[in-house]
Design a protein around this ligand. Sequence first.
Ligand code: ZN
Length: 398
Amino acid sequence: MSELGIIENGAIMIRGDRIMWIGPTKKLPMREERKEESQVLDAVGLELTALPGFVDAHTHPIFVGARADEYEQRSMGKSYEEIAAAGGGIATSVRQLRAATLDQLVESAERHFRLFLSHGTTTIEAKTGYGLSMEEEWKSLRALSVARSRSRLEVIPTFLGAHAIPEEYRQARRDYVRLLTDEMIPRAAKENLAEFCDVFCDSGHFTLEESRSILLAAKAAGLGLRIHAEELKRSGGAKLAAELGARSADHLECVNDSDIEALAKAGTVATLLPGTAFSLGLRRYPPARKLIDAGVPVALATDFNPGSCYNLNMQLVLTIACSHMKMTPAEAITAATINGAYSLGVSSRVGSLEEDKQADVVFMDCGDYRELPYFFGVNHCVAVIKKGNIIINRLESM
Ligand SMILES: [Zn+2]
């Protein structure tokens, strides 16, 4: 994870949506005859770092409205759990989403997608999970599909009907789990609206046994598996992920040594979301060093959502990972690009700058990659190429 393969004074040649050539500028194969047809993004004389677009493998961008009032309450000392117990938290976002039209939901998702791109993220995983009924989860899946088709951002959809038990099923949670396993999950797979299925396996959400039946239904339907595990309390979700061959186990603040061993053995990616503890003002971060040293592939993601982490900037996640989890800048960049891509099953195409891979390149206004986490709180991203198209270019004004 610490090997970045840096090329000083480098150049990248792109044709169509592919990287044709990458190496030191002085070795750039010149093709005089085609010069007029080509477009040049000239960074000569600028202190820039080009890197693969970030792959943010854990986001919840399908919501409307925000929860600034809850943030204010937390700033005055209330905990996230206290706010949820009083009817706030995810339930607030569920009420807001159910009251919104499809168009409003699409518009909100498009805004989020624009912001991801402008901060250097070119691929995301996107979860539903604020509908929590057949009708409202389908509104979310449709909004996701429409917004995806209108954006340059690459979006991999995940069905998260198992985000929380909805209010109306509080006394009949088995019925909601059955609705998920017997109807919603098979339908999401059949209609090709999701590639992955996720479950929030934690105290106050879904039990280990409920999570197992949800993930087994997803596996049977042909969906890839992801899980919110060991965030609030240790629940056994990490071991379940390893056992069922999940692609990724996410959060992991409370994992123990035997969980780490199981993840390493299974090759399950540990997707860490340190922005959440940061935003909630908690001191408990996932044990990134232990995971890396045990050989678990570690990815970093934002957890972008309107409650516990209203941040979609991966650059800030790098800072939190280095400052609070003691990952090195190189490890953090690997985790935020190729390892995120691996957790989504797209690492042969995106997540690194290599010949024949998709041309997803971002330019950051620092000559030393370590400044990305070190100089924090600003957006370093000055240009974005997605699938070979220059979609953001602020170089002229530099
Ligand atoms: Zn999440």
